[in-house]
Design a protein. Structure first.
Length: 474
């Protein structure tokens, strides 16, 4: 057999993943058994590569720092296994063993080169991630400790050191380094300014003015407006708050505000004074309502135990209207033992809730005890509670009930009153049974059903009355 044919056979042992092996200096006898043994060895290396490197927990699953120095560890293991396997192979021709070793070396070198390339990529990603995290940490720490100049300085210096390491690692030129540094500084100082702004701290303006040249142009323009606005607001608010604390008359406040030269700050002071006045009035109104409510509960309680003393429990620091309502209430309870609901007033209250809910909720509803039974007062409280959660449902109920009553030509105030109460009880019962509020369609069906049932009941009672009258005439 010619040497040329031998070389062709030997070259066939090289696999698809590795370069063709130049084995022209070797020659072997045309022995199929040795060829198959070399091919088996080559297959073994491929199998090892697949099972050890590419499986779920193999080499190529390693990420970042995990891959450091792992190429050498894996290849050393492979070399030991393959060398041991070669020693155990019984070649017929001694030249076959040399070819097997050559195939092993070429394949292992190819595998190692790819592993080393992957390892370097992972280590580079790990370094980049570590650098980025370090820069982010410096920016975050400086913003958290924005009132501590030493921490700001140390955070900045640490970040510059990191940038220098990045420059060395990624081989930046001087221009690239300066660009990256400027980008970092803009983000570094912007975050500190933003943190001050979020806290409504006037230092946002002071800090920005000091470092604005470090911030990129677009952000700088945004901060120029926002920090100036914040500064003016803080100055105006502090001025207004101090002025408000003096309890001056409106005229005296006006004279004080006139002395402020900055027109924008002057306008803001007026706005804050107005807000403070409004807030004070709201607080006073709430306090009055709470005091009145507490006094009503006290009077209702004492009427149940010692009715003769009830007048003594009226809080005369409450408004005159509150006092008078309580006086009339006590007289009615002592005279009749209960309050019979003023149905006209009951419907007026419901209509007012429907027409102007926002105004109504500002009212002191506890004075309604004068006009409503305890049961009906509770109904009004229940309606208000529901309206607060979903005003649309209440408005829908009110309008649908009104339409159905008009459609059925129900005129009697007493009848309408009883129907409305029955509807409210039915809606409450639905919610308790179904553990949820009825939707508008379900509510309309329920409302219509209640009115129809009541009408049928009224008709039957009317027929029975007529029958009794007819029998009496006979």
């Amino acid at each position: 057999m010619s040497n040329e044919n031998n070389i062709a056979d030997i070259k066939s042992y090289s696999l698809r993943k590795i370069p063709v092996v130049n084995l022209e200096k070797f020659s072997v006898e045309d022995n199929d058994t040795d060829k198959i043994k070399i091919l088996e060895l080559s297959n073994f290396i491929d199998e090892w590569e697949h099972e050890v490197l590419f499986t779920e927990n193999g080499f190529y699953s390693l990420k970042g720092k995990e891959a450091e120095n792992k190429s050498e560890e894996f290849i050393l293991e492979l070399k030991k296994i393959v060398n041991s396997k070669i020693q155990k192979i019984n070649f017929i021709d001694m030249a076959s063993k040399e070819i097997a070793i050559k195939v092993k070396n070429i394949k292992i070198e190819s595998i190692y080169n790819r592993m080393k390339q992957y390892e370097n990529i992972q280590l580079n990603e790990w370094r980049t991630e570590t650098f980025d995290n370090s820069l982010t940490s410096s920016i975050r720490r400086a913003a958290l400790y924005k009132d501590n100049s030493e921490i700001i300085s140390s955070s900045y210096n640490n970040a510059i050191t990191v940038l220098e390491l990045m420059s060395k690692n990624e081989k930046w030129d001087k221009k690239t380094f300066l660009s990256k540094k400027n980008q970092f500084e803009s983000e570094f100082y912007s975050n500190i300014v933003t943190s001050f702004i979020n806290e409504k701290n006037i230092k946002a303006y002071i800090f920005f003015e000091k470092y604005k040249d470090k911030i990129e142009e677009k952000k700088r323009k945004e901060f120029e407006q926002s920090t100036k606005k914040l500064k003016n607001n803080i100055i105006a608010y502090n001025y207004a708050k101090e002025l408000f604390s003096y309890n001056l008359t409106d005229k005296e406040k006006e004279n004080e505000i006139k002395s402020v030269k900055d027109s924008e700050i002057k306008t803001l002071i007026k706005t804050f004074i107005s807000d403070l006045d409004r807030s004070k009035k709201q607080t006073e109104e709430e306090e009055k309502k709470e005091k009145n409510a507490s006094n009503w509960k006290e009077i209702i309680s004492i009427l149940n135990s010692e009715p003769d003393k009830a007048f003594l429990y009226i809080d005369f620091s409450c408004e005159d209207s509150n006092q008078n309502a309580k006086l009339r209430y006590i007289k009615n309870i002592r005279k009749n033992g209960y309050i019979n609901t003023d149905k006209t007033k009951f419907f007026e209250i419901l209509k007012e809730i429907r027409d102007d809910y926002k105004s109504f909720i500002k009212k002191d509803i506890y004075d309604f005890y004068e006009y409503l039974s305890a049961e009906d007062f509770n109904i009004i409280e229940y309606i208000l509670e529901k309206a607060e959660k979903n005003l649309e449902l209440f408005e829908s109920d009110y309008d649908y009930i009104s339409n159905e009553i008009n459609k059925n030509k129900i005129k009697s105030e007493e009848t309408i009153y009883l129907i409305v109460k029955l509807i409210i009880e039915s809606l409450k019962s639905f919610q308790e049974s179904n553990k949820k509020e009825a939707d508008i369609e379900q509510r309309n069906k329920l409302i219509k059903s209640v009115i129809e049932r009541y009408q049928q009941k009224e008709n039957k009672e009317g027929e029975r009355d007529d029958s009794i009258k007819h029998s009496a005439r006979k």
